[in-house]
Design a protein around this ligand. Structure first.
Ligand code: CO8
Length: 258
């Protein structure tokens, strides 16, 4: 597929996906979702890619769903547009590899929902976050009502969802919405460093951490522990990744992952 909005660069096993529609602050339209679905399929099929990073060009990560595209929708079309976005953002969680949001600026509405669909978030100190849907007489449609409270707790989630207020990067860090804040000019270097660290670890182990942790959130504690034990065991045995990692430690050498 030819991309008009997304730009993909793959370097040393790290796929950088840049949302490149700065004239509309990277607002999410139908074309974006088509391209993002294609990126998820393409990157998932590329065994060389170990980590995916999503960022925005210009002064926004993403300033929300495209209001100009949404304004004339009827209820059925609104629901369909919501489900399209939910499916795309859910598919980031279903990717086996980690997906990091490198948050460079405004991250509002559907933009924050995209960031929350990533596995974790690193932000520029200039970034601003919010769920301003109520200001438009709307509620979020790409799962913020579900993800935000799971990430930051009910009180902070309802505060953001009910006031529509924007918060800065330090407040986002304080409530656990982002994991790290750095100076704007350091953002991509820092995210690259983190991505490289992850890419240097046991690839199967990293994928299983993502799968078991995510699955655990959707199941009860006991079922989650069962799954963990099963997947823990799957990393043992002759020729396994765990065997190589543990032997390398004992032999004081770097592991050689397959
Ligand atoms: N949609 C469409 N265009 C946008 C959007 C958007 N979300 N945000 C900004 N733009 C456009 C502006 O209209 C403007 O275009 P133009 O130059 O043609 O007038 C251009 O981007 C630059 O924006 P501004 O001039 O407004 O830039 P400022 O720096 O003055 O302000 C703000 C930046 C504060 C980010 C401001 O642009 C703003 O408030 N944007 C809207 C933020 C918002 O309300 N986002 C939530 C949208 S709703 C949503 O995301 C719901 C998701 C769930 C959908 C479910 C499907 C049904």
């Amino acid at each position: 597929m030819e991309y008009n909005i997304l730009k993909i660069e793959i370097t040393d096993g790290i796929a950088l996906v840049t949302i490149n529609r700065p004239e509309a602050l990277n607002a999410l339209n139908t074309r974006f979702f088509q391209e993002m679905d294609d990126v998820v399929d393409t990157i998932s099929a590329n065994p060389d890619v170990k980590v995916m990073v999503i960022t925005g060009s210009g002064k926004a990560f993403v300033a929300g769903a495209d209001i100009a595209e949404m304004v004339n929708k009827n209820p059925e079309e609104g629901t369909a547009f919501s489900k399209t976005g939910q499916n795309t953002f859910n598919s980031l969680g279903k990717m086996e590899i980690p997906v990091i949001a490198a948050i460079n600026g405004f991250t509002l509405g559907g933009g924050l929902e995209l960031a929350m669909g990533c596995d974790f978030r690193i932000a520029s100190s200039k970034a601003k976050f919010g769920q301003p849907e109520v200001s438009l007489g709307l509620i979020p449609g790409y799962a913020a009502t579900q993800r935000l409270s799971r990430l930051v707790g009910l009180g902070d989630a309802l505060f953001l969802l009910m006031t529509g207020d924007m918060i800065g990067a330090d407040d986002a860090l304080r409530i656990g919405l982002v994991q790290k804040v750095v100076e704007p000019e350091e953002l991509m270097d820092e995210v690259n460093k983190i991505a490289k660290t992850i890419a240097s670890k046991g690839p199967q182990a990293v994928r299983k951490v993502k799968a078991v942790t995510s699955e655990g959130l959707l199941s009860d504690f006991k079922a989650g522990c069962e799954l963990e034990a099963e997947q823990f065991g799957s990393l043992f045995g002759s020729g396994s990744e765990g065997e190589e990692g543990m032997k390398a430690f004992l032999e004081k050498r770097k592991p050689e992952w397959k």
